[in-house]
Design a protein around this ligand. Structure first.
Ligand code: MF3
Ligand code: CO
Length: 255
């Protein structure tokens, strides 16, 4: 389907979805701690989303059985919450969540660091977050999707990290996944021209070692081939006449 340019009214709904999602992530950041099961993370996240009268976008999406994707260490994305999976002191915990407000989606991910995360892995998490900001510096009208992709890749490869190839960012709006695809690496194509009113989810998934990944037997959990850690950071953004606007944010809350 063709890329949609959102109306003012649609953008307003996406802002509200994004604000609620940012608050959800902030609340999870405060409440997720070692000793907790990934199922409890999901339960708390879903409660927060529903407390705003919103629907968790991921629940039952293509059969995904939870509201929050919880992916630990070598798990890249789409980890399935599990009562028996307990968060450890030295884990990184990637949380990906989506909110539907009055029919409009926002999608965002954060990687949380438990207290005893090594310096090496801390750096991976910081660089992954910064790569999002490097990418969206290119998210201005007249540039192309591929300019975002290349900026992310150049930045992270400068640290010796690798960019996951098998999963990409995407348009977002009245559906969780819309056109265009937003790769985090140079595909050899410059991609679509960016225009004001486009809303996209930019979501670098960055590995400490190889970029190769595989799918676990649950058909969801994506894991690095070499079982080295991976970090994820994502926001929903709006292309404007100037700088992009991050929609999955809220006043006074850390991005
Ligand atoms: N947040 C993921 C994305 O960015 C979607 C999760 S798929 C789900 O595309 F099935 F887990 F919901
Ligand atoms: Co996404």
């Amino acid at each position: 389907m063709a890329v949609q340019i959102k109306s003012k009214a649609e953008i307003e709904l996406m802002r509200e979805a994004g604000r609620i999602l940012a608050i959800t992530h902030e609340e999870l950041r405060k409440r997720v701690h070692p000793g907790m099961s990934t199922w409890d993370v999901n339960r708390i996240g879903e409660e927060i989303i529903r407390s705003f009268g919103c629907i968790p976008s991921f629940l039952n999406y293509n059969g995904y059985p939870a509201s929050i994707c919880v992916s630990i260490n070598e798990e890249v994305v789409h980890g399935i919450p599990d009562r028996h999976r307990i968060i450890q002191e030295d884990d990184i915990v990637s949380l990906d969540a989506g909110v539907i407000y009055k029919g409009y989606h926002s999608d965002a991910a954060r990687t949380l660091m438990m207290p005893a995360v090594s310096e090496e892995v801390r750096k991976l998490v910081e660089v992954t977050k910064q790569s999002f900001f490097e990418g969206i510096k290119q998210a201005v009208p007249g540039n192309r999707i591929g300019d975002i992709s290349k900026a992310i890749q150049d930045y992270v490869e400068g640290f010796g990290y690798s960019v996951v190839r098998d999963l990409v960012g995407h348009g977002v709006g009245s559906k969780l996944h819309e056109d265009p695809e937003v790769p985090n690496f140079d595909t050899g194509k410059r991609g679509m021209k960016l225009r004001p009113g486009m809303t996209i989810a930019v979501e670098p998934m960055i590995n400490l070692g190889t970029y190769e990944v595989f799918w676990e037997d649950d058909d969801w959990t994506v894991v690095t081939d070499d079982e080295l850690p991976s970090a994820h950071y994502e926001n929903t953004i709006l292309i404007t006449d100037g700088e992009p606007e991050i929609l999955s944010r809220a006043p006074g809350i850390e991005l």
